[in-house]
Design a protein around this ligand. Structure first.
Ligand SMILES: *Cc1c(COP(=O)(O)O)cnc(C)c1O
Length: 409
């Protein structure tokens, strides 16, 4: 047996290897169960220090991983005593080396390594930007083949440092005339079917959640306890589920047993609020997403109601969801940049603004231990430090012919 199995949250069936769906057909998430129950981070200088609790057999040498630090200047700005930031991006002075600047780098490596453990070397995904960059880079590092489907209007976000690793194969399919991420998902599903490719899988991708969950693990390593509150901006909410699941795993270790589960404080960028409105029991009418400040958060089909999904994680952690206006997020991002000298990805600025709102409304107390997940940052810095090139599509498919296209990968 390998070091883990996957349990279906609904029927309890055990699955011996990485897979996205329950064999019995349950529409619920699968959750890892590791043989190693105690929390034993190693000396490794990356998130592979948590390899015991990652669903791949081995790690690689890399600088990827969350960096948890205290910011006195943010403490002062927000009027807090115990705020810890988890920075997931590129910020050399703080020791943050995520090559594509977001916590999607935490997702890509374990996903590809987990596939490799099962003898696979190819994957396909649809992405509006950050996920695509992370998988393209990881494919180059691990000699993988990755197919990425991107709406035409989002292609400009697909760049990589030109002097980075050069192994593997990255193939881009552009959906011509499209600005709609859900069309890219449709095309990706169709190509996966035709060419028998593994799909990245989104929230159902266990390796993705475990990679993102290392933010909570790193905080526990630094703090020696669980935080009282966890703040993150969400589109799919997968990172929130991941933080909750990582906390559950930590509670299985004697040193953390009995501590309260950190309250999830998830945030979305108004007016694109499907998770916020689902949480409030309102129906959400999709509007245009073109000019959203944190456009990476514009996910129309978050795994909210599914068993083990965002709704369950919110309930179990006594969590909340907040709505953040773009101007508040922009102001928060500027404030951090002025105080700390690094740029924030817009989604991370939304999370920071939501923390400010929570302090103002008394949702958090000054002396409570707060973990703020800054999910992306240093993108401007990457483009300053490296010569970055935009990736060109190898293949174009018209949005109008998605039902009947002939594609050759
Ligand atoms: C993807 C992403 C998010 C949202 O992640 P979830 O999947 O909703 O947890 C937040 N911030 C950044 C920078 C992202 O790339």
């Amino acid at each position: 047996m390998t070091k883990f199995d996957l349990l279906c949250i609904q029927c309890g069936r055990s699955h011996p290897a990485l897979t996205a769906r329950c064999e019995a057909g349950c529409a619920s998430l699968l959750r890892t169960r590791y043989k190693e129950k105690s929390f034993r981070p190693t000396e490794t200088a990356s998130f592979f220090r948590f390899l015991d609790w990652l669903p791949c057999e081995s790690g690689i040498e890399t600088g990827v991983g969350p960096v948890v630090f205290r910011s006195e200047s943010l403490d002062r700005w927000l009027g807090l005593d115990s705020l810890y930031c988890a920075f997931n991006g590129y910020w050399p002075e703080r020791g943050a080396w995520n090559p594509t600047g977001t916590f999607k780098d935490l997702e890509a490596l374990p996903t590809l390594l987990g596939l490799r453990d099962r003898g696979k070397g190819r994957i396909i995904l649809a992405s509006a930007g950050n996920t695509a960059r992370a998988f393209a880079h990881a494919a180059r590092v691990l000699d993988f083949t990755v197919y990425i489907v991107v709406p035409e209007s989002m292609l400009y976000r697909l760049w990589l440092p030109s002097n980075g690793p050069s192994g593997g194969t990255v193939r881009i399919a552009g959906v011509r005339g499209s600005s709609d991420y859900s069309q890219a998902i449709r095309l990706s599903d169709e190509l996966a079917r035709r060419y028998d490719l593994d799909s990245e899988g989104g929230a159902k991708n266990v390796a993705r959640r475990e990679g993102m969950g290392t933010v909570m693990l790193e905080a526990a390593r630094i703090l020696g306890r669980l935080p009282d509150h966890y703040f993150q901006a969400v589109g799919s909410g997968t990172g929130g589920i991941a933080a909750y699941e990582a906390a559950l795993r930590l509670l299985g270790d004697d040193r953390f047993a009995g501590q309260p589960i950190p309250r999830l404080h998830l945030s979305q960028n108004a007016p694109f609020l499907p998770i916020y409105q689902a949480w409030r029991g309102e129906t959400w009418t999709p509007g245009p997403e073109d000019d959203l400040f944190a456009s990476v958060l514009a996910n129309r089909n978050p795994p909210y109601a599914i068993r083990g999904g965002v709704g369950d994680a919110l309930k179990a952690s006594d969590g909340t969801v907040s709505s953040v206006q773009s101007d508040a997020a922009i102001a928060a991002g500027r404030e951090l940049s002025r105080r700390e000298g690094i740029d924030l990805e817009p989604a991370a600025a939304v999370a920071l603004a939501s923390l400010r709102q929570a302090v103002a409304s008394g949702q958090v107390r000054r002396d409570e231990l707060i973990l703020l997940n800054l999910t992306g940052g240093g993108l401007d810095r990457i483009r300053r430090d490296f010569d970055c090139r935009t990736l060109e599509p190898d293949l174009w498919i018209d949005e109008s012919s998605l039902d009947s296209f002939e594609a050759v990968l």
